[in-house]
Structures are given as structure tokens and as C-alpha cells.
Design a protein around this ligand. Structure first.
Ligand code: ATP
Ligand code: MG
Length: 465
């Protein structure tokens, strides 16, 4: 079923039995009798079910009222901080695709969107696999053919993103040929970000050289060459050991060669077109550069969107006409392989910006989605605001413990599988197959087992054969 009244747009039942029999009732959930839908991430009460995106079906036989095969929706009215965890190949990148398809402007209208006002998104694609969002699955590729067959089983038509732009760093291999090259504006990189980039302490000798340089160059649109020239001039450095300066010079010169920095870098404002999806294909960058790009984008996002929402509040208060119809009211930032960008064991150029982003995000209409195969390796402060989790198969206890710590509701206490009781939630996670996960949100009384729906655009993350 679905929210649609049009018979052709109703999703198939897909399955009428499940291997998983839960032994714990769901005492609280936003279940909508009509159409058998269950809504996650929704704090609103009432009958207005707009801005819902279709994410899958409930996969458990629930004790008490059975929710098996109910359609699962995610509310996108208010900002979320979503944490997706799971081992390799468990379905995390697939989920990111499902979420982006739900929030973006699509080429053709689709029942996976229930009165959705498209949301602008920025995707940090660490593996450069999401360029396929622009395309329908290609029946000539075996894995895409399987995807099309699955879509037919669910009675969902394939689709493509209407407005998806691809960005690549300089010297990166292009894939589709319509990627846009981006650079970072040198004078927007903060002192602590430079230090994290060259792996030096902000208060150490090399950190001091950078601090003094930036202080002297402040107020100008300086380039990386200007920084190198300033550090390289002995007259600027009475009393500073030459080897310290040289160490900074060597490291920064390495960055000059990447071509990543320029006087005219990317402006996030130019990405903020309502409903547009912006994919940053970053596979060819080093991990710390991936983090820096993410940090710069996150910081610009909360600055731009924060001040826009402030202006909007004032305008609404005084009943003035809008002057900025081209700004989106909501933006989602999605990060695949979040442990690469925001590790908890090393300084990262993205840390400070992401911590601020999640803290200020709610007032600025900003959501964050992070996916990782190493939940124990992601920065805790960024995770502190998580309000919704998708937990896929995990194996290692440390990862299970870290993932479970972030689930914002009670865990399912037990399920029966093939007649055997499984009472440990970690063991339940170990049993899941690709595309199956527990969804946790604080509006639902416990984690619920679901099967994520098939992708409507081509999934680019399948394993090579
Ligand atoms: N909801 C789903 N429906 C059908 N197949 C799925 C689903 N989710 C994942 N899969 C299958 O599992 C494969 C791996 O999924 P995905 O690329 O999302 O893994 P991942 O968790 O991101 O792994 P990695 O950590 O290696 O990036 C997909 O190529 C697809 O074949
Ligand atoms: Mg992946």
C-alpha cells in the first residue's frame, strides 16, 4: 500500500512472511491505518502527512499488533541527524541513495515522495560512486537489471534526479564528462584546519608559524603562494628556527602541487538552488583533504543558512515580502565513510565545523546524514545529536557497542529466528542481510526491523565481478 489513492501507484506487498519473529511488542509508533503506513522521524501530530519519503517495509512479524510489510516513511519536515552503520556491503551507501532520491527533485513524479517539497543536498562521496543518481538503472548492466526486476516486484518505476551536479577536485579523473572542477579558497581555511591538514598541534612550533602567517596576511585574498612566500622570507622570522619553517614549507608546497587551493574557491551559496543535489566525487583526494573539503562546505553551509533563517524570522515577524525566493529553506549534508572525514582518534580539519554544524543545524534548517562501517571510529561530539539510526549488519563487538550507544530508542529485546531465540541485540545485528536494518528513532518505542526499498536511480556501489 502507500499514501497514494491511485491503484497503479500503490506499492506491492512484496513479502507476507518473515524469518524474524519479534518477541517484544511495538507499544508506540506513528502508524497510519489507512494504507498501512508507519512514519518515522516525525514529531508532528495530526493528519498532515506531507514531506514523507518512502524508505522501505517492516520486515518483522511483530508480537501483538503485526506490522509485517507495513510501508515505512521518513518525515523530512524538521532537520535530522541520521547515523547509518554497518559492515562492508551491508547497504549503507544504498541507504544514502534512497534518502537522496526521496528528498531531491526527480525527473518524473514518483509515489516514493508523498507531497515532498524537494530539499537541496550536498553529498560527500568518498568513493566517487554516486554519479549514477543522474541516471535510471541501465538494463545492460547485470546488477542494474536485478535492480529493475526488484523495482518491478515492489511496483515502483525507475527514475533519475532532475537536478544533480557533479563536482571533482583538480587533477581528478572525470567519469561522465559533465563534472565541474572545484577548488578551495585559500583565505577561507582556518588556522586549526591548516594545522590538522599538516598534522601539527595548533600550539606547537609549526602551528605558531602558521598562526603568525595568517595574522599577517589577514584581510587580503591571499593565495597559497603568498603563504609560502611569507614563510620563506627569513626577514619575517627573527628568532624562529629555520628547520621549523622549512618543515611547514615542504608540507604546504605539497598542497600547492595538488592545485586544490586558489584565490577563487567554491562558494557554497552557488550550490543552494532549491531541490538541487550536489555530489562531490572525492575518491582521488587524500583522507585529510576529503575532511578539509567537508569542513569548508559544512562551515559555509551553517553560516549561509544560519543568517538566511535569521533574516527569514525577522521578515516573517514584520510581515515583509520575501526578497530571497531562490534560497532553499532546508539543506541536507550527507557523508559516506564518515570515519574518514571525522575520525575520533586524530585531529581532523572537519571536526570543528561539523560539531558546530550539528549544534546550530536545527535552527538553520540543516540535516546531517553520516554512514560508516566503523562506528567506533567516528568523533563522539558530532554523534551527540543523532536522532535517527539505521543499523545494518555488524560483526565486531566494539563497533556494535558504539553503534548501539547512539540508537535513540529502546532496543528490541529478543527475536526468534528459525525457532531459535536471539536475546542479544548484537547477535541480531550479526544476522542481518544486505538491505535489512533496524531503524531507531525517539518517536517509536523500540528499534524496528525493516527492509530498505530498492533504488529508483542506478546504484553505483555494487561490487565488481
Ligand atoms: N536495500 C537493498 N536492496 C537490495 N539490495 C541491496 C540493498 N542494500 C544493499 N544491497 C546490495 O548490497 C550491495 C552493497 O551495498 P552498499 O554499496 O550500500 O554497501 P555499503 O554498506 O555501502 O558497503 P561499503 O562499506 O563497502 O561501502 C549493493 O550493491 C546491493 O547489491
Ligand atoms: Mg558504501
Amino acid at each position: 500500500m502507500s499514501f497514494s489513492n491511485i491503484a497503479a501507484a500503490k506499492f506491492s506487498q512484496v513479502f507476507d512472511k518473515s524469518d524474524y519473529q519479534s518477541l517484544d511488542p511495538i507499544v508506540k509508533a506513528q502508524h497510519v491505518q489507512k494504507g498501512n503506513n508507519i512514519v518515522f522521524g516525525r514529531s508532528l501530530k495530526g493528519e498532515d502527512y506531507s514531506n514523507l519519503i518512502y524508505i522501505g517495509k517492516i520486515l518483522e512479524n511483530t508480537i501483538g499488533r503485526n506490522y509485517l510489510s507495513s510501508d515505512a516513511w521518513l518525515d523530512t519536515t524538521f532537520p535530522h541527524v541520521i547515523y547509518i552503520t554497518g559492515t562492508r556491503g551491508s547497504g549503507k551507501s544504498f541507504d544514502l541513495g534512497v534518502l537522496i532520491e526521496g528528498i531531491s527533485a526527480l525527473s518524473e513524479s514518483s509515489p516514493i515522495q508523498n507531497q515532498v517539497e524537494p530539499i537541496t543536498s550536498i553529498l560527500i562521496d568518498t568513493q566517487s560512486q554516486f554519479w549514477t543518481l543522474k541516471y535510471k538503472p541501465n538494463p545492460n548492466i547485470r546488477q542494474n537489471k536485478a535492480q529493475l526486476d526488484e523495482l518491478a516486484d515492489w511496483n515502483i518505476a525507475s527514475n533519475s534526479l532532475k537536478n544533480c551536479r557533479l563536482f571533482v577536485p583538480p587533477k581528478s579523473e572525470t567519469i561522465t564528462g559533465d563534472e565541474v572542477e572545484f577548488k578551495l579558497q585559500t583565505n577561507q581555511i582556518k588556522h586549526e584546519e591548516w594545522c590538522a591538514l599538516i598534522r601539527e598541534d595548533t600550539y606547537g612550533p609549526q602551528g605558531h608559524v602558521l598562526a603568525k602567517t595568517m595574522e599577517k596576511l589577514a584581510g587580503r585574498n591571499y593565495s597559497l603562494e603568498d603563504i609560502l612566500t611569507f614563510i620563506g622570507s627569513p626577514s619575517n622570522w627573527p628568532g624562529t628556527v629555520e628547520s621549523t619553517r622549512n618543515a611547514v614549507l615542504y608540507k604546504l608546497d605539497d598542497y600547492r602541487r595538488t592545485g586544490l587551493f586558489s584565490n577563487t574557491g567554491i562558494s557554497v551559496r552557488s550550490l543552494l538552488s532549491p531541490g538541487q543535489c550536489n555530489v562531490f566525487l572525492l575518491r582521488d583526494l587524500r583522507n585529510e583533504d576529503k575532511a578539509l573539503v567537508t569542513g569548508v562546505i559544512a562551515r559555509q553551509l551553517f553560516t549561509e543558512m544560519g543568517s538566511y533563517h535569521k533574516r527569514l524570522k525577522v521578515k516573517n515577524f514584520f510581515g515583509r515580502d520575501s526578497i530571497e525566493d531562490d534560497m532553499p529553506s532546508k539543506v541536507w549534508l550527507l557523508i559516506d565513510e564518515a570515519h574518514v572525514v571525522a575520525p575520533n582518534d586524530a585531529p581532523s580539519p572537519a571536526r570543528q565545523a561539523l560539531v558546530e554544524y550539528v549544534k546550530r543545524g536545527r535552527d538553520a534548517g540543516l540535516s546531517l546524514v553520516m554512514a560508516t562501517q566503523q562506528p567506533s571510529a567516528v568523533d563522539d561530539r558530532i554523534l551527540s545529536q543523532v536522532n535517527l539510526t539505521l543499523s545494518h549488519r555488524l560483526s565486531f563487538q566494539a563497533d556494535i557497542t558504539a553503534a548501539v550507544n547512539r540508537i535513540p530508542t529502546k532496543l528490541l529485546s529478543a527475536f526468534k529466528m528459525q525457532g531459535i531465540d536471539v536475546r542479544d541485540f548484537g547477535d541480531m545485528l550479526r544476522l542481518l542481510e544486505a538491505g535489512q536494518c533496524f531503524i531507531g528513532d525517539h518517536n517509536t518505542s523500540r528499534t524496528v526491523l525493516m527492509k530498505v526499498r530498492p533504488r529508483i536511480t542506478s546504484h553505483g556501489g555494487y561490487s565488481p565481478v
